[in-house]
Design a protein around this ligand. Structure first.
Ligand code: ATP
Ligand code: MG
Length: 581
């Protein structure tokens, strides 16, 4: 059974037992600003686990794309990945412990409908109890009817308790482990079991959470009326078990990706191969869900993954097309199950390539500066080195980076760059009404239109936006003709009608100049700037400008554009006033 069959088998198993299959949500949480990425199948379901009614009913099942940046340091061992798929089944106020454990046990061991795994290799942990809630006797009793009591262990809240915070539902969980060793470890006492877990001889494959208590201010205050079950099983891990692979990288999910890396390598380095495979796969999925490299938030996570790939690939990959081949292999592997990967193939390839180019422009110089003792902050602002990269470089030399000092500097810097960005649009920034935001984006389009239609060399010299109109001053030494004005107006309206995405990226100033982003002549900019870009849908940027924003997300929001007048402003400077309807 390969991974595709297993995924399907899991969904079908639960579908047959009245669960409705729901699609994977995006990696980017829709309504939860508290997390950057979904880290578990339950995350998109939190409102329903908290009591909201789910339109598909009370029994759900799916495979969910997950990303755990917290596990990045573990990537390279036999079982941790940043991106992975989580198979999950849920009961929203329907079945509880008895049925949940039975279903998990059945799926793992049943030879027909399940995976036919060896029950002698299963170990489980249950909650040992504390001041909040008693030992989970019920879970222990249910498990004892399936497996030997010697392989059930009681562990504290640290391991076997789930809660979303200080308030709301919470409860004990039971974790299911599988023995991967050739001969089987047999009965283990608790210490030996914990050791075997720590060194990856037994691996956690599944976690069933039983939400049965309610917490207020960090203390359990009672039982829930509507009890729920949330389970999660890592696809890569369970496939490692069924395919009897030593590690997740040798499963059919990742093996061909590792092989592609090997094909393009001049030397073997298992850890680097695994990190490249993991980080590139994660990056492909992140970009397909609409995130682009940047210096903050999700974009920064992506940048960090990609820049680590690029640096490590330089150590083993000899072939210039190496990374592209690996990316293609990843896209190929997933194009049927996650069509968004194929739909975004061009963007994925382009963004990774661009990030590589951007990074390469400064990588060598940055590495030299690092050798000379440059500070992490300088490496970050001038050479685009994510702090984690500098930390990695430092640790290779047995040095430690003062992370706090770095964060402090970045913060100071961001405050500076915010104020430095402010004067650019006096009318705009202080007052960000919907109309001003729309005019602001129209303003970027006018400049791009002038360069496209009238003269490539046109530079902006000043700007001002009010509720009524935008004003742009630009360096040019003659009056525009009627035709030119009309053409510019048509050009802008065409871009509006084509519903083009407007994206914001943060980057070092030098980098922004290198990619040709528009700066206003005579203005001063901080070391890290934000750049707004408008893409034409075919991978070309029709506008790139240093700018603090805000802007519309899509040009179609602007409405209809009209040039009101074109006149002289001062010697060598022309002025256009325009509006939107
Ligand atoms: P571990 O202690 O092994 O890191 P965990 O306790 O963090 O696992 P859970 O949060 O319970 O894992 O996640 C549910 C399931 O998701 C796990 O049983 C495992 O199968 C899978 N899983 C968790 N983290 C990873 C990871 N980094 N890579 C691959 N699969 C994972
Ligand atoms: Mg973990």
């Amino acid at each position: 059974m390969n991974s595709k069959e297993l995924r399907k088998k899991y969904l079908t198993f639960f579908e047959k037992r009245e669960h409705k299959i729901i699609p994977s949500a995006s990696l980017v949480p829709e309504n939860d600003p508290s997390v950057l990425f979904n880290t578990a199948g339950m995350q998109p379901l939190v409102p329903y686990l908290l009591g909201q009614k789910h339109p598909m009913g009370r029994r759900l099942v799916n495979a969910q794309k997950c990303l755990r940046t917290g596990d990045i340091g573990e990537v390279g061992d036999n079982r941790h990945l940043t991106f992975f798929e989580m198979l999950g089944n849920w009961s929203l106020g329907d079945y509880f412990k008895e049925e949940s454990i039975k279903l998990s046990y059945l799926f793992l061991t049943d030879k027909e409908e399940g995976l036919g795994l060896d029950k002698e290799r299963i170990y489980v942990t249950v909650f040992e109890g504390d001041s909040n809630a008693p030992l989970d006797q019920k879970a222990f009793d249910i498990w004892s009817s399936y497996i030997d009591k010697n392989r059930i262990y009681f562990l504290p809240a640290r391991n076997n308790w789930w809660s979303a915070g200080d308030n709301g539902p919470c409860g004990p969980d039971t974790e299911i482990f599988y023995d991967l060793t050739e001969d089987g470890l047999g009965d283990l006492d608790k210490d030996k079991f914990l050791e075997a877990d720590a060194c990856g001889q037994v691996v956690e494959i599944w976690n069933n959470v039983f939400m049965e208590y309610e917490k207020k201010d960090g203390v359990v205050v009672g039982q829930l009326e509507n009890r729920s079950v949330d389970t999660g099983m890592g696809l890569e891990r369970i496939v490692m078990v069924t395919e009897k692979a030593d590690n997740v990288f040798e499963t059919d999910i990742l093996k061909s990706i590792i092989d592609k890396i090997k094909d393009n390598s001049k030397k073997e380095d298992v850890k680097i191969e695994r990190i490249i495979a993991d980080h590139l796969r994660a990056s492909v999925f992140i970009i397909a869900d609409g995130v682009l490299p940047s210096n903050t938030g999700r974009g920064y996570v992506l940048r960090r993954l990609l820049r680590r790939v690029i640096r490590l690939s330089d150590k083993i990959i000899f072939n210039e097309k190496g990374l592209t081949e690996v990316i293609n292999e990843i896209i190929d592997n997933y194009k049927e199950i996650y069509p968004e990967i194929l739909e975004n193939k061009k963007i994925i390839e382009k963004e990774i390539k661009n990030e590589e180019l951007r990074f390469r422009q400064t990588l060598e110089k940055g590495l030299r500066e690092f050798e000379k003792g440059a500070s992490p902050f300088v490496l970050y602002t001038t050479y685009g080195f994510p702090i984690e990269l500098t930390e990695e470089l430092a640790s290779e030399k047995g040095q430690v980076i003062d992370r706090e000092e770095f964060e402090e500097k970045v913060k100071e810097h961001q405050e500076l760059s915010r104020t430095a960005g402010a004067p650019m649009f006096k009318g705009g920034l202080a007052n960000t009404s919907d109309r001003i935001v729309r005019l602001h984006t129209a303003h970027h389009l006018v400049l791009a239109g002038l360069q496209e239609i009238v003269d490539k060399k046109i530079k902006q010299r000043g700007s001002n936006i009010t509720e009524e109109r935008l004003r742009i001053d630009f360096m040019f030494d003659r009056k525009l003709t009627e035709e030119e004005k009309q053409e510019v107006e048509d050009w802008v309206n065409d871009k509006i009608n084509r519903s083009l995405p407007v994206v914001r990226k943060e980057m070092p100033k030098d980098e922004a100049s290198l990619i040709g982003a528009e700066m206003e002549f005579g203005s001063k900019y901080p070391d890290i700037v934000s750049v707004y870009m408008i893409e034409d849908g075919e991978g070309n940027f029709i506008s790139k400008e240093f700018c603090g924003g805000p802007h519309v997300k899509n040009t179609k929001e602007i409405g209809s554009f009209k040039i009101l007048k074109e006149e002289a402003s001062s010697a060598g400077v022309r002025r256009i006033k325009a509006t939107i309807i």
